[in-house]
Ligand binder design. Structure first.
Ligand SMILES: [Zn+2]
Length: 172
């Protein structure tokens, strides 16, 4: 299914919708066309440039964290599918502070990990192991929910999303 990025009135990215939904928003004058994909949206009565990015005509207030589900797929997307202890291909998610020892299931306490590090970690605190984190885990920004939802970030969406480089800068 082809999708379009929806921007808030203030140009911050809000969500992805189907192209059909984006067309409806534009036709109902709830959103304006910002970018087209180059293709056309065709139906019986319509022949319109296919929206790639649309911007709402009104401001929507959304708490940012509510938009991103914390799950294996989104954690892997945030961590680039790499073990956050050793850099190998990730296979599991690991709670930095083990859940059995009071660790929470939150973005700040969950990382992608390879099986080997996950096994070494077990139910230990980080300082009780020889492992260390390559960077502190943080809640992801917009680019990540797009990545987690579609597997790729389209070039015409890039200007509206947090650059990948600022993701690691934030964890400092
Ligand atoms: Zn590892």
């Amino acid at each position: 299914m082809s999708r379009a990025l929806v921007l808030n009135a203030t140009f911050e990215p809000l969500c992805l919708v189907s192209t059909r939904r984006a067309v409806v928003l534009v036709l109902a004058e709830k959103a304006e066309l910002v970018h087209t994909s180059g293709g056309y949206f065709r139906s019986e009565r319509l022949d319109l440039p296919e929206p790639s990015v649309v911007r709402l005509g009104y401001f929507v207030k959304v708490p940012y964290q509510a938009r991103i589900g914390l799950n294996r797929r989104s954690v892997f997307a945030r961590d680039g599918h790499r073990c956050q202890y050793c850099g190998s291909a990730a296979e599991n998610i690991d709670h930095v502070v083990p859940r059995s020892r009071g660790g929470t299931h939150t973005w700040e306490n969950v990382v992608a990990a390879c099986r080997s590090c996950n096994n070494r970690k077990q139910d230990l605190f980080l300082h009780e192991t020889p492992l260390s984190l390559t960077r502190a885990p943080v809640a992801p920004r917009e680019r990540l929910w797009v990545l987690a939802a579609t597997g790729a970030v389209r070039a015409d969406w890039e200007p509206y999303l947090t650059p990948a480089s600022s993701l690691s800068a934030q964890s400092a």
